[in-house]
Design a protein around this ligand. Structure first.
Ligand code: SF4
Ligand code: SF4
Length: 61
């Protein structure tokens, strides 16, 4: 069984917490609490968050 903490991808130190990724995510699997994190078990890797991020803070695959 995969430990729960491995199902969360944490954005890198460039994240400003702007929330733009949160708005575009079709899966609603991004949480922003100062910085963004992605619940990877629900992520389809569509790339929307990656493309909208103004700070290149998402490098999850
Ligand atoms: S890749 Fe797509 S589904 Fe995954 S967190 Fe980003 S916007 Fe959401
Ligand atoms: S769009 Fe980028 S900078 Fe803004 S909250 Fe998401 S990951 Fe952080």
């Amino acid at each position: 069984m995969i430990p729960e903490e491995e199902k969360i991808y944490q954005t890198n130190h460039l994240c400003s917490g702007c929330g733009k990724c949160l708005v575009v995510c079709p899966q609603k699997c991004i949480l922003v609490d100062r910085v963004a994190s992605i619940r990877t078990s629900d992520c389809t890797k569509c790339g929307e968050c990656y493309h909208i991020c103004p700070h290149d803070a998402i490098d999850y695959e």
